[in-house]
Structure formats: C-alpha cells, structure tokens
Ligand binder design. Sequence first.
Ligand code: IPM
Ligand code: MN
Length: 366
Amino acid sequence: MRIAVIGGDGTGPEVVAEGLKVLQAVAEKVGFDYETTDFDVSGDRYLAAGGDPNVASIPVIRDEEIDALRAYDAIYLGAVGHPDIAPGILEKGLLLHLRFALDQYVNLRPVKLYPGVETPLAGKGPEDVDFVVVRENTEGLYTGMGGVQYAGTATEVATQIMCNTRHGVERAIRYAFELCRRRNDKKRLTLVGKTNVLTHAHGLWYRAFCEIGEEYDDIEKDYNHVDACCMWFVKNPEYYDTIVVCNMFGDIITDLGAMIQGGMGVAAGGNINPDGVSMFEPIGGSAPKYTGQNVINPVAAVASLAMLLRETGQNTSDAKLIEAGDRVEAAIMAVTPKMKSQSAKRMGYSTSEVGDLIAAAVAEAQ
Ligand code: IPM
Ligand code: MN
C-alpha cells in the first residue's frame, strides 16, 4: 500500500506523525507492507514561495502534484489553515481543490462516541451515539458558482448558487444506501434537507432518494428537515443509523456531530472517491495556538488512519487492511477510557504519549 502524506499546517504534522506511528505498529501486527511519501503542501510553503496572504496569487498545490497524488492508494491529510493567510485561500486552494480534482464525491463522517469519552448529552453513552453521515462533497453551495455585482456600493448584489446535478446527487445517495446495507445496523437511511424551502434543489434530492430507494427494499427510507435533525442529534441521537445530506448542511451537522461524540479531538472523516484516490483527515482545523506544544489530541487523526485502512482494504478487497483498520479502532477504544479529556492540553497525556498508548494497544492486542 502506498500512502501520500500531507501534514499541512499547524498541528497537522504532529497528529499525522502519531497516526503513522500507529500504522507501523499495525502493519507489524497484521503483516503487510506499506510505503509513505511526504508531500510538502501547506500555508507556510505558499508564503515562502511568495504567495500573497490576502488574495490567491499562486497555486497552493500544483497540477503536477495533484497528478502525482493520483498514483497513490490513499492520501493522509493533517490540517489546513494558517493564521497569516486570509480565509478561503488555503481552503479553496488545497482542501476543496483536492476534493474536486480527485472527484472525492462522498465525505464520510462517522459520529461515534468512544468508551470513556465525555459527551455533553446528559444520560447518553456510546450505545446511543453511533451513526454515520454521508455528506455530498463536490456540489451544492461549494462549487463557487455565483458572483458579486456592484461590489462595495449600496446596491451590491451577491449570489452563491446551490448547484445540484442528478448525477451528483444520485451517486451520493447510492453510496449511502449501500453503506447503510453494509452497516447492517438499524437499516435506516435518513435524507436530511430542507424540502419546504429549497424546493428546487432539495426537490431533486427528495425525488432521487425516493426513486433510488425503491431498489433497497431492506432499508427504511426516512426524511428529516435539517433544523429538526439538529434537534434530534441532541435529543435522540440513538435514532440515527446512516444519514445522507447535501454539502453545506453536511458541513454544519457534522460539527454538531463532532461535539456529541466528544469534540474535534476525536472526529475523523474521509473524502471518498470509490473509483479513485480517497483522502482521510481529522475534521478539526490546524489549531495554531497549540502548534508545536505536544498537547493536541491525535485521536481524530488516528481514527482517520483507521478509516483509511478499512476503506482502502474494502476497495482493493484486501482483508488484511480491513483487519488493520478494525484493530486500530479497537486500540483507540482501549485508550480513550484512560484519557482524562479529549480536549487539547487536558488529556492527562501529551500528543506523543497518546500515540504511544494506541500503538502499544495495537501491539498487545490478541
Ligand atoms: C470541513 C471544513 C471545510 C468545509 C472547510 C475548511 C473548507 O469545514 O472539512 O468540514 O467546509 O468542507
Ligand atoms: Mn466543516
């Protein structure tokens, strides 16, 4: 297996280093070979190359680099975001650019409360918070379509178009139905949208969902408006199994999801192209204020590595990689109860100690 590693900015390289430590432990345990290649792509590099901090002036990642990434089995990403670079430059120039260029059309975000992890939801435990969000990842409000007219005047107009194609919506929905079937849990797929207001865009989603749903007799078809979904995340998270949702709403509800699973320190995600190269990342940011202090929580990055192994294994029908992914997740679940908190600085351990504990749990497991 060949993995491209982009540590990125801030605490990204620190958490990725812990993930790679755990990768080495699980590769020895299960017995598979792998190779990693570092790609130096970051806000620091952009600035060093003379990039303008206020407007995108040079590529954050070059076309040749993107082409090189296509040759890997997976990409492991740390974090994107730099305090000296205006919002949007790195997000669009790196993260969104890769998602679009590599057609990673699903953003897969499990919301799973690990043992011993504190949730702000009173009376809820790991058995209540265990579902997965399939966020469409290449369309919706993220395409950049729209524009500004009469900028800076009293008559300024700004539009941001929510672009939905039948093709794009359909492939996300199909992926979600298949995933729901594989999970074999409550066998319930919930479409989250706003059909009462976004009648054009989410009308399309709803029709596609109902039509495709006819092919899945074994799955319960369910629909929630996005506002109600936020309410249920807090009130009855145990209701959910698999959710499929548009890009923007998916972005928002998965931050809420991250909080009910214990915070940004634990939330992992994968940008998936089932027929191409997928990219796995902790869903939190680059945490500039904690950079270089060995205090950030690496659990989300290690959980992203577990996803990387499992998804790559599933794609290539490699049972060893699937086993490795399962073992890494089991090791995380053995370590979280020992941690004081999942917040940076308050874990009771340093970043590297948490990585060591998870690697040791992998090595010692039966
Ligand atoms: C995420 C992030 C990104 C998004 C930003 C950094 C562009 O919030 O991965 O959820 O909106 O998708
Ligand atoms: Mn987000």
